[in-house]
Design a protein around this ligand. Structure first.
Ligand code: 5RP
Length: 265
């Protein structure tokens, strides 16, 4: 691996080989998402506990302090909205010059396998990889499922992840599902898990994250289950402990409760 690429990848992945990216990119197609209306305020207390933030250039420029040193994973696909015709019809939104100017450590782009825009999104990924590899910038492919979240099988997610890796993604983000090891086993690059809509209980989140990590996930690109929780700092610290300290869901639950009470008290 080229020095620049290796250096950027090591800023994302800690010496244990694991990572926790805080996802705050949701506004690029959802608008002012609940608890992310003022992303600067949402991010601030959580920054110390993540390994990078996944964010668009608009939010980065307007509310993230350029003097902070957390690596930036830049969301560079978009062009659709939740009220538009088809969420899958994304393009590349950000030039390579802008990616470099913003000092992004990596970039993220969605692919929509099995949709009417499968071909376009996979070619967009390939084009982005071609550009970014020239500069040693890793590309993370997001296996997006649009409005169909929950209907995807391990077979579908494993297929999407493998295709994204074959086209040159250095990291692949997908959703947790049963038999997550089948996704990891079939994918030659690190697989990170997204969270999806907020779960009913904290324990549910801790359980799927722990299960995915035991089955070979490299870490998380998680958003709503952190910052939509009434205790986001307790949540991110408990999740960080699962990712980097191999905490069980029960131990993470205890940590969550102790930080929550400490903050209330
Ligand atoms: C939105 C994304 C998000 O970054 C990703 O889904 C992670 O966030 P969450 O845990 O809230 O699902 O790619 O398109």
């Amino acid at each position: 691996m080229d020095w620049g690429m290796e250096n950027r990848m090591s800023q994302f992945f800690q010496p244990d080989g694991h990572c926790f990216f805080l996802a705050v990119d949701h506004g690029y197609f959802q608008g002012p998402t609940s608890c992310l209306e003022r992303p600067g305020e949402t991010i601030k207390p959580l920054l110390p506990y993540c390994d990078a933030i996944f964010v668009t250039r608009g939010v980065l420029r307007s509310v993230v302090n350029p003097k902070q040193t957390k690596p930036i994973l830049l969301r560079v696909s978009g062009g659709t909205s939740v009220i538009g015709k088809d969420l899958a019809n994304e393009g590349i939104t950000t030039s390579i010059e802008e990616i470099i100017r913003l000092n992004a450590m990596g970039v993220g782009i969605s692919v929509f396998v099995g949709t009417d825009y499968e071909h376009e999104s996979l070619i967009n990924l390939s084009r982005l990889v071609n550009k970014c590899e020239d500069y040693g910038i890793p590309v993370m492919a997001v296996t997006a499922v649009g409005k169909d979240l929950g209907k995807q099988t391990v077979r579908y997610l494993a297929l999407s992840c493998r295709i994204a890796a074959e086209l040159g993604a250095r990291i692949v983000k997908t959703y947790w599902c049963e038999d997550f090891d089948q996704i990891v086993d079939g994918c030659p690059v690190p697989v990170v898990m997204a969270g999806g809509p907020k779960c009913e209980t904290e324990l549910e989140v801790f359980e799927f994250v722990y299960d995915g990590m035991q089955k070979g996930a490299a870490g998380l690109t998680l958003g709503r289950n952190v910052w939509q929780n009434p205790h986001p700092v307790a949540m991110i610290r408990a999740l960080q402990a699962i990712v980097h300290e191999n905490y069980t869901p029960e131990k993470a639950g205890d940590l969550f409760n102790s930080i929550k009470h400490e903050q209330q008290g």
